[in-house]
Design a protein. Structure first.
Length: 202
């Protein structure tokens, strides 16, 4: 029974309750939520490609038969900042600071000489501190010939690396442009992702 002046509320309507949002408001809130998640994904993606991983494509045959023209690589960009570059590692580095360079592309080569070591190219091979370097990753018929005299026998500074391509007759490397600096190193090749029949660590 309702007396005059009484007000009755249903179970979902009480004094002071806000009115439910309209369909348009709900749609806008949902769109803003999606935009927020998309922006977060973009920022995370940029952070990863800037500081953690980078995808590179091999151009040319200077690292054959380890890497082929067109191979797709993931390059890991963290460990080299903590002394993680070792002999035999395959790295990507910037060419911007190379003598006579001003090239825009990055290069991929193998680390041969480490900071402070003496590197010699003679007798068809590489010598580190007077000892011939064993290089099982090279094809049997490959010999290492010097290119420029000034880069055939040198001692590396504390922040320098000597890099060579595995395809020695067809590689522009430290025999031509000299050592690279630690600051030029972008990262170490982590894995080959394409083509799929050669997927794995090179």
């Amino acid at each position: 029974m309702i007396r005059p002046g009484d007000i009755r509320y249903g179970p979902s309507a009480r004094p002071g309750d806000p009115s439910p949002p309209s369909r348009r408001t709900s749609f806008l809130l949902e769109v803003l939520d999606w935009i927020k998640y998309i922006l977060i994904a973009i920022v995370l993606g940029l952070a990863i490609t800037t500081f953690v991983l980078q995808r590179n494509e091999v151009v040319g045959n200077s690292m054959y038969p380890t890497l082929y023209h067109g191979d797709q690589l993931w390059v890991e960009k963290i460990t080299h900042h903590f002394g993680g570059v070792g002999r035999g590692d395959i790295i990507t580095f910037s060419t911007a600071n190379l003598p006579g360079g001003h090239r825009e592309e990055d290069l991929v080569k193998r680390v041969i000489g480490l900071p402070g070591e003496r590197v010699e190219i003679r007798d068809g091979a590489v010598y580190i501190n007077g000892e011939r370097l064993a290089e099982p990753y090279l094809a049997e018929s490959v010999v290492t010939e010097p290119r420029l005299v000034g880069f055939a026998d040198l001692t590396l500074a504390a922040n320098e690396y000597y890099v060579l391509g595995d395809n020695r007759p067809d590689s522009s490397d430290s025999r031509v442009f000299g050592p690279i600096r630690e600051d030029d190193v972008i990262g170490e090749t982590l894995i080959r992702v394409f083509p799929l029949d050669r997927f794995g660590r090179p």
